[in-house]
Design a protein around this ligand. Sequence first.
Ligand SMILES: [Zn+2]
Length: 453
Amino acid sequence: MRITFLGAVGTVTGSKFLVEHGGSRVLVDCGLFQGFKQLRLRNWARLPFEPARLDAVVLTHAHLDHSGYLPLLVREGFAGPVYASEATCALAEILLPDSGHLQEEEAEYANRHGFSKHHPALPLYTLADAERSLKALQMLPWHHAEQVAKGIKVTLHPAGHILGAAMVEISAGGVTLLCSGDLGRPHDPIMVPPERIARADYLLVESTYGDRRHPPEDTAKVLAEIIRRTTARHGITLIPSFAVGRTQSLMYYLYRLKQSGAIPADLPVFLNSPMATDATELYHRFRREHRLTPAECEGMCRVAHIVRTVEESKSLNERHEPAIIISASGMATGGRVLHHLKAFAPYARNTILFSGFQAGGTRGAAIVGGTESVRIHGEEVPIRAEVVMLENLSAHADAGEILAWLDGFESAPRHTFVVHGEPVAADTLRRRIATELRWPCSVPEHGMTQQLD
Ligand SMILES: [Zn+2]
């Protein structure tokens, strides 16, 4: 077996690992690059293999940095199956069309307002491309070894993180390779912990928070304080949030805070993301994949007023009374949240609350880093609102939690590749694995091929 690292090295985005054995080829994850321009440009570059000669794709989960390149892969000639857990299939059916729609909308907006350097600006792919790619999805049950290509078997193990998230175990030629995907947290209030794995010959482990420890503070208390002081200033709490995972955690916390009286029960909460609403409903359908009771699930779903139309979305920007607005995208790279940032970021009474990892090069990373302004739709927008980063809402294990999970292995893998992290995070985790566990490990380079025997 051999592996080629085609994404998620030196970055948390663009996850793509090509696994080959004999004449068979399987791609684990098919994600979009996001953030720095030189990374985003990779989405437009040709793949180093012929999509038509790929036998299958296996997805760890539905987040776009793991699945969002699929419509392009299919358009470029890939005609095989895309294996994923049932919840990942259901989420992909929501996320991929939305991604296609968003790409078209952004290209159209750029052309209408003439701020793109490209004439005309083209979408990376369209809604139709995304819908076509969904036909390739094939549901794979948990813990079932499926032959996905000649000589290659794949088994999915629950990874926590978000609904449907899986670790992918690949076996070929008597060798096993485990790809961790995004690892969830052991004590997440909503998601189950990542499954313990006893052994693998080779391991790919994510390192998003490889150099960090999530603060031990009480998330609910911190969130309540932020909302209360913003409300006291008559401000809006604007929360850019990933539609799947983070948004539901936030809604769950808001539901609990309202119930306990920590924030006013009548403080309006708007969920300005129709897609997030559809994703939230899946928590009812996939009860066994999370820890919420049916009543909690119901409470979480009902805490927010759903904004569906563009008109309603626009009218939120005229609001003068305190409210909480949750809107995608989570790193402020696109979506309706951009319009809210234009309206609310210039005023000190408001708060911009970030709730997840901000990849380098995104507007989110710039705002968290203290920038005085960001460019949105060709316009410089000053940031005078309070900016808060609430790391504890993360759906990713921190460094200590990753090491604790690795410690569950009965024997060390022959080699561990540290992936899915920005350079400092990946290297910090590599050093800790080498010194604390004494496992052979390395951080691979983009495009590198490694023989696994
Ligand atoms: Zn993820």
